[in-house]
Structure formats: structure tokens, C-alpha cells
Write a protein that binds this ligand. Structure first.
Ligand SMILES: [Zn+2]
Length: 200
């Protein structure tokens, strides 16, 4: 199989016209008489794309027409405009939980405040990113941000319970992520969840 070149993966957002890697965009497929958001990019047929931002998704939904080869006539959507933000957030959270589980199995995660502190105090490799539960105690939050090297992305998502469940463990509020493509996906999905959690 020939490796896909970067150019093969570039798609245009129909709302703003910007070009991005298709992995960073939301795919929409035409299924019969409706347009279906295709989170995993697995539906067949022609597709169009939108940036994964509230602005572009909102503009996408107000398009009067789509390219003829994709969809003819007045657009009809499987998920309404009122529901699409919540739908995207739900999908992104499921992907985030999935990749956290994968990261755990791949040995990419360091769990718990004490373990992370030990590693950093002993000159171990600094994490690529740190995930902190939203229900973490203020004191723990201060202690962690005090020991994590400046510039390390600090993600906030879920509760100790939901993070623990994602990785098949007891509740855990501090998760350090090592360098890995899996970590890149987690950072990506966490940003989408946070973006689509805000009121617009
Ligand atoms: Zn866009």
C-alpha cells in the first residue's frame, strides 16, 4: 500500500474555505436524502468538511446549497443545528476516553501526583502534557502546576471518576502523558471538548 502523501489528506472547510488536514476537520457524508456528520470518517460516498469550531459548524448549517456532486437540493441534516454542538462534544469525549485507554495500554501514562513528582524530582523525562480532573482539589492543582515544567500543556477534563473509568482504573485526578501520537490525539480531542463546552 502506498503511503498517503500529506497533500492527499488536505481538505477544504466549506464554511470558511481554509485548508486543513482532514483529521482535524469534521466530515459530513450524504446518505440518501440527508447529510450525516461522520465522526470516524467511515461512511462511504462523497463528503464535505467543516472546521471543528463552533463558528464554522454554525456557518456550515446555514449554507443554502452544497456542491452538486455532494448533495442536490435543499440541505437536510441527520443531526439538527441545535443538537450538533452537543453531538460533537459527546463524540470528542468518547474519542478522548478511547485514546486515554489506549495510552494506558501503551504505557504512555504516568498516574498520580506522587509518581509524577518523584519522576520530576529525580530528573526523569518531563511529560509532553498533563491531564488534570476538573474536580481536583485546589491544593493539588497548585502543587502540580508548581512542579510541571513551564510550557507543558495542562489539560482539564472530566472527573477523577471518568478519567479512572476511561483507563480501567480507580479514580485518578493527575495523569501525565508521555511523548506519543496517542498523546497528540488526546490533546486534540480535549481542545475540541473544551471548545464545544463553552456557551456560544
Ligand atoms: Zn472553517
Amino acid at each position: 500500500m502506498r503511503a498517503a502523501t500529506k497533500e492527499n489528506n488536505v481538505r477544504t472547510c466549506l464554511a470558511c474555505g481554509a485548508k486543513s488536514d482532514k483529521g482535524a476537520l469534521l466530515r459530513f457524508a450524504a446518505a440518501g436524502t440527508i447529510i450525516v456528520p461522520d465522526w470516524r470518517g467511515t461512511l462511504g460516498g462523497r463528503a464535505v468538511y467543516s472546521c471543528l469550531t463552533t463558528d464554522c459548524v454554525a456557518r456550515f448549517y446555514t449554507l443554502k446549497r452544497f456542491p452538486e456532486k455532494f448533495f442536490k437540493g435543499t440541505p437536510a441534516f441527520a443531526i439538527s443545528q441545535g443538537e450538533i454542538h452537543g453531538w460533537i462534544k459527546t463524540q470528542a469525549e468518547a474519542s478522548l476516553a478511547h485514546f486515554l485507554g489506549l495510552a494506558r495500554k501503551s504505557g504512555v501514562l504516568t498516574l498520580g501526583q506522587n509518581t509524577l513528582a518523584d519522576i520530576l524530582e529525580n530528573g526523569g523525562t518531563a511529560p509532553t502534557a498533563v491531564l488534570l480532573a476538573a474536580d481536583l482539589a485546589d491544593r493539588t492543582l497548585r502543587e502540580i502546576t508548581g512542579i510541571v515544567p513551564v510550557g507543558t500543556p495542562v489539560l482539564r477534563w472530566g472527573t477523577k471518576e471518568t478519567i479512572g473509568a476511561s483507563i480501567g482504573m480507580r479514580p485518578v485526578g493527575v495523569v501525565a502523558l508521555g511523548r506519543s501520537p496517542i498523546t497528540d490525539r488526546i490533546v486534540h480531542y480535549c481542545a475540541i471538548v473544551n471548545h464545544f463546552s463553552q456557551e456560544h
